[in-house]
Structures are given as structure tokens and as C-alpha cells.
Write a protein that binds this ligand. Sequence first.
Ligand code: NDP
Ligand SMILES: O=C1O[C@H](COP(=O)(O)O)[C@@H](O)[C@H](O)[C@H]1O
Length: 510
Amino acid sequence: MKKTPNQMLIIFGASGDLTSRKLIPAIYNLFKGGHLSKNFCVLGVSRSNMTDEEFRTKAILESPFLQKENSKEDPQTMQAFAEQFHYQDLGSDYDHSYDLLANRIASLNEQHGTSGNYIFYLSTPPSLYEVIAKNLSEAGLSKEKDGFRRLIVEKPFGYDLESAKTLNDALHHYFDEKQVYRIDHYLGKETVQNLLVTRFSNSIFEPLWNRRYIHHVEITNAETVGVEKRGGYYDKSGALRDMFQSHLLQIVSLLVMEPPISSDAEEIRDEKVKALKSLRIMKSEEEIVKNTLRGQYVKTEIDGKTVKGYREEEGVNPESTTETYAAIKFFVDNWRWKGVPFYVRTGKAMPTKVTEAVIHFKTPHHEVFMSQDAYRKDNKLIIRIQPDEGILIKFGVKVPGLGFHVEQANMEFYYSDLESAQVMDAYERLLLDAMQGDTTLYARADEVEAAWRFVDPILKCWENNPAVNTYGYSVGTWGPRNSDELIEDSFGWRNPGDLLTDETGFCILC
Ligand SMILES: NC(=O)C1=CN([C@@H]2O[C@H](COP(=O)(O)OP(=O)(O)OC[C@H]3O[C@@H](n4cnc5c(N)ncnc54)[C@H](OP(=O)(O)O)[C@@H]3O)[C@@H](O)[C@H]2O)C=CC1
Ligand SMILES: O=C1O[C@H](COP(=O)(O)O)[C@@H](O)[C@H](O)[C@H]1O
């Protein structure tokens, strides 16, 4: 196990949802797993007025997100964990009290022996990222003189290309790029990382990983939930910004990239940037309208009960045209991928929670045997990112008996079958990487900008034409009725039931 240096984690936005739901449980698991140094502490920072004790009680001892642990752990372990937590109230606008904060950090550094190593985690509304970075710098907390100084920045990173560039420039004013860790929690998922290993450590896949053998690539990200309590944020964002620009383009970059020369963070990130730069940018509105589709879930009767539509959600404009479903077809203009269509869709309020990438291989050039079903004869590699993490290969086998009839068989691997299947939660993995100074799974400035460069024209076109290609879909369905039209040349979207479900090849339409 790699040793984690002594350090202090300073969380801005400590009273918020992300801190209690994701960050504290992740730190707790790292603590229990023995990944943290004994000389470690957390300083929570936000506007709310709380003492250390009140913060510990709310965020740890009475946290619903640590309830399971609370009930089964002995109280001493929980208490020992809680004692590493402190809290600092920063006043109403995060623009003051930084000298006070610097003094508090210095005194906790003495108390916990954190060796002057500080990570600042920005889990506040994004509008505060720049002001916090500036104030940290002015309080002398950004320069690495007597320990490391790192800045973890939550998503969304920018609202479009221009704002992402502005934010990068602003952060670079106060922190060097190597100090900035832009988080994308999908990169913390074991199966997303496994995309690299599947591709580059198996000589059976890589020779086929190109336009000669791949017919098309399909990525599905579906959630059963709607926008829940995040309507205010989501209504200004939409599926394209919320999921596609960040998480899904990260997955695309890992599928598309060339082999890096080593597993060094910069080598991998260089290749990802090149991959993102090779996505063909859709220039005309006509091209965008032809290759994209969006939808919004609508009020739906399910088993005699009315389920809210998006426009009825708290914080959402009742006339909103924000998309909760987006599907995009695009091409990658480089030697490897020329002419291979990529289809990516994401949506809320869908039938199941699933994320998967499907590589559809071309059918053999000359068909000797007839398949039972014309749509099922292509080989597929299904990389299941969640929830049942694993890999499935579909290939043709002879149906026993007379003649040469072919049917699809499955060869599958589930992560849960591994004896050492201790899959770390994404935030746990990413926090540990930042604590150990590993940037591989964090997005670099040029990577984020390259992703926005691809998404920007689509956003602009959609904003200019709010009604074009926008369709309602019922809660619990696979999106708008006509979503298969986008993928018409490729047999329709795979219906991702269980990993092993023998799909129909067609989307279940509303
Ligand atoms: N929640 C989630 O699931 C996810 C969140 N994120 C990102 O993480 C960040 C935090 O999200 P989340 O925890 O949900 O947000 P919350 O609104 O729950 O919390 C935000 C935190 O920032 C503080 N804050 C809010 N408004 C202001 C303001 N105007 N001035 C100063 N401080 C303010 C709040 O504390 P106080 O009011 O005490 O000052 C609170 O601690 C956001 O950037 C979000 O996009 C990313 C992915 C998922
Ligand atoms: O970043 C986000 O991700 C979640 C989905 O994450 P997952 O790990 O549960 O797949 C999504 O619900 C949210 O809208 C988005 O901001």
C-alpha cells in the first residue's frame, strides 16, 4: 500500500450535500482502510455558524450517510474519526476572514502534525471557485514553500468553452496547473479505469480496435431518478452539460485514445486530449439537428399513480426546455476511427440505472453461415461500467443439430467474481489519488477545454432553437419515441437490461 503523506484536507462547502453524501463517507472508508496518515485532519469551511463539535455531530456522528457504519462501529472508532474534523465559519461571502483561516490552518497544522501539506477542496457553487483561489493566494496559502498545496475543483468546470477558459486562466493566476485537480467522479470508477487496461494490456482487443473491424460504438448512461433536489442547478445545466460534456466524453476519450507510451499521468492525459481534439466538431445547425436529439421527461401515470414530470420538479421553470435526455451521433476524424459512428445517450427518469459502452464489430466480409436473427450476428464487446461492473463478449456459435445455424453466445466477466473485489467508491479513489499527488484520474485544463470545444456548437444551436428535436418522454422509458432514428443505420440502441440479458436490439419506446 502506497504511503499517504501527512496532510490537512480543507473542504470549502462543508455544510453542503456533496460533503455529507460523498466526501465524508469516502474519507471515512479511507480512514478505516488504513489509507490515511495518522497525521491527518479535515477542516470544514462554509458560511454556516457551527462549532467543531456541532460539525462533527452533524457531518459524522448523526450523519444518515454514515448510519450503517455508526450502528456497527464501536463508538470509539467513530469518535476517533470525528476528532480529526474541525470547522471554520468564513462569514457570508467567502471574501473575508482569510487571515483568520490561515491562522486556523497553521494552528491545526501544529496540533495534528500535518507537515504543512494542504489540499483545498472546492465543493461550493462554481461561482465561488475563482474568489476562493484568489483569497487563498492572497493569504499566502497557494505557494508550495513548506509543503504541498493542491486545489481540487468540483464540476461543473465552466458553463461553456469561454467560461471554462476564463476559469482556467483565473485559477492559473493563483495556482500552477500541476496543483489543480479537476474532479470527474466517473474517472474514479473502477470499470472506467479498466477501459485502459482492457484495451492496452490485451493483444486480442487492440488489433481490432479500429475502423477496419468496428462498425459503431454505443454508450448509454441512464438513471432512474429525475433531478431530485437539484432542479435549480439542473435547469441551468441540462443533460448535455451535466453528463455528456464531462463524464461521457471522458469515457469516449478512453475508448478513442491511442496507446500512451507509459502509465505516467501526463502521457495518458496527452493522449486523451488528442482523442478529444479529434472529435469532429459539428459546424452547421443543419448537421447538429440531424445528429442530435433531446428530450424531457413528462408527467406519467404509472400503476395508477401520477409521477411528476420535469417541469413540475422543485426549482425548475414550469416552461423549461432544458433537456433531461440527450443523444448524439458523431465521428472521430483520425486514422483509427475515420467513418465509425459513435452514438452516446444519457437520460434521467429511465427504466434502469446503467452505464455501458458497447463496441459493435463488423460482420464477417463473406457470410458462410446464416444467422438465426439478422440483427444478432455482429460480435459485441460490452463494457459494463455500472451497476454490475463487468465485461461481456457476444459471439456466434453453432446451434446444435442439423445444418449450420448460428446463434449468439456470451462470455462474461463480473468484477464481483474476483476474490479481491474490493471496489473503491469513486470519490474514495480520487481523494486518495489527490492525497498521494497522482493526477492521472483528474482532468487537465486542455482536456476540459477540448471537451467544451466539441459541445459548444451543440449547446449554442440548442439554445437558439429550443423546440427543434426536443421531445417529451414518459418516466420509466428509454427516451423519446424517435430516439432510434438517430441510430437507424446501426440496428437501434441496445436495450441494456442485466448484463446478460439477451437484448432485442431495439429500444423500448414510450
Ligand atoms: N451534490 C452532488 O451530488 C454533486 C455536487 N457537485 C458539485 O459540488 C459542489 C457542491 O454541491 P452541493 O454540495 O450539492 O451544493 P450545496 O448547495 O448543498 O452546498 C454548497 C456549499 O457551499 C456553501 N454556499 C452555498 N451558497 C453560497 C454562497 N452564495 N456563498 C458562500 N457559500 C455558499 C454552502 O454552505 P453555507 O450555506 O453554510 O455557506 C454549502 O456548504 C457544486 O459545485 C456542485 O456542482 C458535483 C457533483 C455531484
Ligand atoms: O455528476 C453527476 O453524476 C450523477 C450520476 O452519477 P452516478 O455515479 O450515480 O452515475 C448525476 O445524477 C448528476 O446529475 C450529475 O451531476
